[in-house]
Design a protein around this ligand. Structure first.
Ligand SMILES: Nc1nc2c(ncn2[C@@H]2O[C@H](COP(=O)(O)OP(=O)(O)OP(=O)(O)O)[C@@H](O)[C@H]2O)c(=O)[nH]1
Ligand SMILES: [Mg+2]
Length: 286
């Protein structure tokens, strides 16, 4: 099965596409040791329109200050490249994303990329994800571990791989979606799609934000595509995953489904997804 990654990864985007204002929104909590490396990798990409917005929840390790130093380092007169949204308390990944993505769009982003700060997501794939969105008109492009060509870190033990697979199958089967990596945290969104899904009303405080937002996009009739990525394990710093967050992730698909059944959903069925590798056909529902 052919994949776009093999043909487009090394091909630079046309200059006009590379100039598209694309903001990487990066939530951080105690990521001071990771953030400079992340910023360096992003700022080195051949994407003139790329910006980074760090959303820090007042990290005790001083990540917010590190982010300010990076803004000073990379911002140029008339060319803002790094911004920082300081929030006062740790409210969860989902809340940080909702605030950051809203800010990014308000500041003029045509596309927004969600990305962890711990090195798990490959920065060099952003150009490909943007290229897929611009070439196909897809409003959501998922960096996917579970389409052909997608891979997981060897550091992940078998039980963790199984758990991740299971979490995807669990959410997808309850919600009736066909996105293969609906739990992925590495996604590119058009500003139009973000506006339509109404970030302010998203229920998820934690990681289920990834599932809820994709589900809302599908229900609103937007096309979701998936491109394969390699997912690395965190090597520096600590995971913020905890029991409360996991329980929310278990409950959320049921909550979303019952809300949709009660008529609180946003329009059509949520099935459509399309692999950039050509594994599926796109289903537009507008
Ligand atoms: N602002 C903010 N960022 C958060 C919060 N929780 C997690 N993050 C960030 O969200 C990203 C993902 O968190 P991780 O702890 O790596 O979670 P994960 O990738 O699902 O779990 P691991 O596989 O264990 O790394 C990281 O950049 C975190 O710093 C939060 O409450 N607020
Ligand atoms: Mg992580």
């Amino acid at each position: 099965m052919s994949t776009l990654s093999s043909t487009t990864a090394a091909t630079p985007l046309p200059a006009e596409w590379a100039a598209t204002v694309t903001t990487v929104v990066m939530p951080t909590y105690n990521e001071a040791a990771n953030l400079p490396t992340m910023a360096e990798a992003l700022m080195a990409l051949p994407l003139d329109g790329l910006r980074l917005l760090v959303v820090d929840d007042n990290s005790p390790d001083g990540t917010g200050d590190v982010a300010e130093q990076l803004a000073e380092k990379y911002n140029e007169p008339g060319r803002p490249r790094v911004g920082v949204l300081h929030r006062t308390a740790k409210e969860g990944l989902g809340r940080a994303y909702a605030a950051g993505m809203e800010r990014a769009v308000a500041e003029g982003a045509a596309y927004v990329v969600q990305m962890d700060a711990d090195g798990s997501h490959p920065a060099e794939k952003i150009a490909e994800m943007l290229g897929v969105a611009l070439a196909t008109g897809a409003e959501v492009v998922v960096g996917s571990r579970y389409v052909p060509g997608g891979t997981l870190s060897d550091a992940w033990k078998a039980h963790r791989k199984l758990l991740s697979r299971w979490a995807n199958a669990y959410a997808s089967s309850i919600l009736g979606t066909r996105v293969r990596d609906i739990t992925s945290g590495f996604n590119l969104w058009s500003a139009q799609a973000l506006h339509a899904i109404d970030l302010a009303s998203v229920d998820s405080a934690g990681y289920s934000f990834q599932v809820e937002t994709k589900y809302r996009a599908l229900k609103a009739g937007f096309t979701v595509m998936e491109v394969p990525i390699h997912f690395e394990d965190r090597t520096v710093g600590e995971s913020k995953m905890n029991l409360a967050v996991q329980l929310e992730s278990v409950a959320m698909p049921w909550r979303l489904r019952s809300k949709a059944l009660r008529g609180g959903g946003r329009g059509g069925s949520a099935g459509g997804s399309c692999s950039a590798g050509g594994a599926r056909s796109a289903e537009h529902r507008r």
